[in-house]
Design a protein around this ligand. Structure first.
Ligand SMILES: O=c1[nH]cnc2c1ncn2[C@@H]1O[C@H](CO)[C@@H](O)[C@H]1O
Ligand SMILES: [Zn+2]
Length: 361
């Protein structure tokens, strides 16, 4: 089968659950914002800056990959800058054919110029709303939900969880923890997760990316995560020695039985060394075993990618076609943090009719 191209995939509706606001800036915007505040950058034009982000992030280590965020977070410190980045994010995702996106960022990293946590959230949510409205005027439909992230090495998760709940009726649909995984287990933030559960709120946890099964187990069985950010190391709990008879361990069986969504991010995993190549990415076996797999971008700037590109890479590596892409898209919608009836509208009125056309039925 001929692989689907990025251009073909761009025309189909897609849903994205794992995308970092501070990992998706346009290179030209980083340059302009840095210029305004005198933030020193490692490159002087948009082309070289784009290459710098990609190659610096290509380090094989999550810790070194994360160092590149100093140059995006550094220029996102005012309401105007936050609004601009969020607005452009909505526009860029919409132009890529993304109809539903949950975009995350860590408010605690945007306080350097004196903003309050609430002001940071308000600027970002307003940027998403304005970007989505502009996209609609250009003929692209997109809905963007905001996830608030707490940094796992820091100690503000309870405050950020309360911030998320405070803004739940104004665009914030979930909570997350991110940052270096090794040495910072999810249980460090147990009070925040228990609070969110009492509030009937939704959260995902970055787990099973740079560290393995214990992190996934804690995220689910101690913290009660609704989804796993990455979760790719769940393959360590599969016995694939007999290809005709794959065996699931207790944890991987639980993840599959409970339909726990895996927010897989193929290109990001190759850059941080979590997997060797797209072709060897466990998404192939996880999809075959019918885990609740979703495809995501993680950081479009650092990976020079988009939803269409991630799906094109997978189509090429695994021979996947429109039916597979529809399955990933519906999986993502089913796993989203917006209300059930709103998910159904997107699935039945936007996603299924568009795929029915390309599938020729
Ligand atoms: O793949 C990842 N794993 C863990 N942390 C990440 C990843 N990508 C980005 N961030 C972290 O999340 C923060 C908020 O968006 C970013 O500033 C970055 O430090
Ligand atoms: Zn991430």
């Amino acid at each position: 089968m001929v692989a689907l191209s990025e251009d073909e995939i761009r025309t189909a509706p897609k849903a994205l659950l794992h995308d970092h606001l501070d990992g998706g800036l346009r290179p030209a915007t980083v340059l302009e914002l840095a210029d305004e505040i005198g933030h020193p950058l490692p490159a002087a034009d948009a082309g070289s800056l784009a290459r710098w982000f990609a190659s610096a992030a290509d380090s094989g280590s999550l810790e070194r990959y994360l160092e590149t965020f100093a140059h995006t977070v550094g220029v996102m410190q005012t309401p105007a800058a936050l609004h601009r980045v969020a607005r452009e994010c909505a526009l860029d995702l919409a132009a890529d054919g993304v109809v539903y996106a949950e975009v995350r960022f860590a408010p605690e990293q945007h306080l350097e110029a004196g903003l309050t946590l609430d002001e940071v959230v308000e600027a970002v949510v307003a940027g998403f709303v304005d970007g989505a409205a502009e996209a609609a005027a250009q003929g692209y439909q997109i809905r963007v939900g905001t996830l608030l992230t707490a940094m796992r090495h820091a100690a503000r998760s309870m405050e950020i969880a309360e911030l998320a709940v405070r803004h739940r009726d104004a665009g914030v649909v979930g909570f997350d923890i991110a940052g270096a995984e090794a040495g910072y287990p999810p249980t460090r933030h147990l009070d925040a997760f228990e609070y969110l559960q009492r509030e009937n709120f939704h959260f995902t946890i970055h787990a099973g990316e740079a560290f393995g099964l214990p992190s996934i187990w804690q995220a689910l069985q101690w913290c009660g995560a609704d989804r796993l950010g990455h979760g790719v190391r769940i393959v360590d709990d599969l016995d694939l020695s007999d290809p005709d008879n794959p065996k699931l361990g207790r944890l991987s069986a639980y993840v599959r039985d409970k339909r726990i969504p895996l927010e897989l991010c193929p290109s990001s995993n190759v850059q941080t060394g979590a997997v060797a190549s797209i072709a060897e990415h466990p998404i192939g076996v996880l999809r075959d075993l019918r885990f609740r797999v979703t495809v995501n971008t993680d950081n479009r700037l650092m990976s020079r990618t988009s939803m269409s590109r991630e799906m094109a890479l997978l189509s090429e590596a695994f021979g996947w076609g429109w039916a597979d892409l529809q399955w990933f898209t519906i999986n993502a919608m089913k796993s989203s943090f917006i209300p059930f009836d709103e998910r159904l509208v997107l699935i039945n009125e936007v996603i299924k009719p568009a795929y029915a056309k390309v599938l020729g039925s």
